[in-house]
Design a protein around this ligand. Structure first.
Ligand SMILES: [Fe+2]
Ligand SMILES: [Fe+2]
Length: 462
């Protein structure tokens, strides 16, 4: 399935976390169905005394168990790897023990979707930069490939993914493009062998050090085209998983999904998902939410129900605001290539919100306008179109050429920029820092360097 045309050379490796991240990793690589493949590993680069054999398979994976927490290890695959050649020794590190005082650092990467020479190159550049950041692990917001049913696109992904994921685990969510063309998660499940429920849904969650991360599947309840279709079974699981995480005393809780819950991209926000997710996230004091799908960067700071409106009358308002991020392109063709400036039929959402004061529902029509080409930052090689929705007095602008969505004030929109980017999350005890970076590692700072995209979250719970 994932072999290159010659069918002889192997590609990868990439690491996933099937077991306890303190004591176990799973290494994956492609191979030949006709022969076994061998992985050597050890604690020193010069000596790899342990040998694991993977059976004949188009996709190999071996799990290295009984490791020590917070310890560096080395491994090598006894094959001629397409990206690295023969005898390359890779390094990884297990997660430190939960109680340790060490910093936890992870990268959130956005849509990848290599599909042509330009996006193969942007993916390579981004993967190299994410590797340079040397995070403990990588989270990815879905749409890793252009068409999930075609091996060609998984092989495109393999031209860059191992550059960042051979030295640390990658934890992705499924995107609509992984489901294409036949609404199947088969290849995603094979490529990323996490423990998923059932035969199709690919949601899961992980505790890694002080962090609990939930990975949702936006499309598990039947084909939905460009909008979500989330099963009620998954929502029940989510509520239970969040309750368990809080009961266990998880320090930080993050939710990752592919579908843009709110958006100023080509497609409008997803009202169905807003209705399902916003009340649950608010109830459990989730710290931050990351999604992709729209190929740009956006940030909202929103407290559900604070304005006196709820999606369901029985909901409780959130206790504090949550930061919502669209991390939408760490290699994928930018949103400006998808009608960002030209969608003439302004998108109209008409959700019903329940006014607590009036005790009745109100239909709220929202309108989304195209982006303004005149507002851009001059990048090194291209223009970075930005969206800063405020007027000079610091209020949300009523001018549709400044604020492109009538929902901006409602959802606390802060800033957006049409650029390649990734997020870095650094956790040290009670402080979590989230920062957004360009492909060269520098911080997004907005027009006049006045809008540094760096956010400090203090732990809300004891
Ligand atoms: Fe995408
Ligand atoms: Fe998508």
């Amino acid at each position: 399935m994932f072999l290159n045309k010659k069918g002889k050379r192997t590609n990868g490796p990439w690491i996933v976390l099937r077991g306890n991240p303190e004591t176990s990793v799973t290494v994956c690589w492609t191979g030949s169905k006709k022969k076994e493949s061998v992985l050597l590993w050890g604690e020193s680069e010069s000596s790899l005394p342990n040998r694991l054999v993977s059976a004949k398979n188009g996709l190999h994976s071996v799990t290295i168990d009984n490791l020590s927490p917070g310890t560096g290890y080395f491994y090598s695959i006894q094959e001629d790897l397409i990206l690295f050649g023969s005898n390359k020794v890779f390094k990884f590190r297990t997660q430190p023990e939960m109680e340790s005082d060490e910093i936890t650092e992870f990268i959130v990467a956005g849509d990848l979707q290599p599909k042509n020479s330009a996006t193969l190159e942007t993916n390579r550049v981004m993967a190299q930069q994410i590797h340079r950041e040397n995070p403990d692990f990588i989270v990815q917001t879905g749409d890793l490939v252009q068409i999930g049913s075609q091996s060609k696109y998984w092989n495109f992904l393999l031209q860059s993914l191992p550059l960042m994921a051979s030295s640390r685990p990658i934890l992705p969510v499924v995107g609509n493009h992984e489901y294409y063309l036949y609404h199947s998660t088969k290849n995603f499940r094979t490529f990323f062998p996490y423990s998923f429920p059932g035969r199709k849904s690919v949601y899961y969650s992980k505790d890694i050090g002080p962090v609990h991360i939930i990975f949702l599947d936006s499309y598990d309840d039947g084909f939905a085209g460009m909008s979500s279709n989330t099963s009620s079974k998954q929502m029940e699981w989510l509520t239970g998983d969040l309750a368990d995480a809080e009961a266990r005393g998880a320090g930080w809780i993050f939710v990752i999904l592919h579908q843009s819950v709110i958006s100023n991209g080509e497609y409008p926000g997803d009202v169905k998902l807003q209705k399902l997710l916003l009340p649950v996230l608010a109830k459990f004091n989730v710290d931050a939410v990351f999604w992709g799908h729209a190929h740009l960067y956006e940030h909202w700071h929103y407290q559900y129900g604070k304005n006196g409106y709820l999606l369901n009358p029985r909901d409780l308002p959130g206790k504090s605001p949550i930061d919502f991020f669209c991390i939408g392109s760490s290699g994928a063709s930018l949103e400006s290539n998808y009608r960002l400036f030209t969608h003439k039929n302004f998108k109209r959402n008409k959700p019903e919100w329940f006014s607590v004061k009036e005790g009745r529902h109100r239909r709220k029509t929202s309108v989304q306008y195209p982006w303004n080409r005149k507002l851009f930052l001059e990048g090194i090689t291209d223009r970075h179109y930005y969206h800063f929705p405020f007027n000079e007095s610091g209020n949300y602008s009523g001018d549709s050429k400044i604020s492109y969505n009538t929902e901006n004030e409602w959802f606390g929109y802060q800033y957006g920029e049409n650029t390649l980017h990734y997020a870095k999350v650094v956790i040290k005890n009670n402080l979590c820092t989230i920062s957004i970076h360009y492909p060269d590692g520098s911080l997004l700072k907005g027009p006049g360097d006045a809008l540094s995209q760096k956010f400090y979250l203090r732990k809300k719970r004891g």
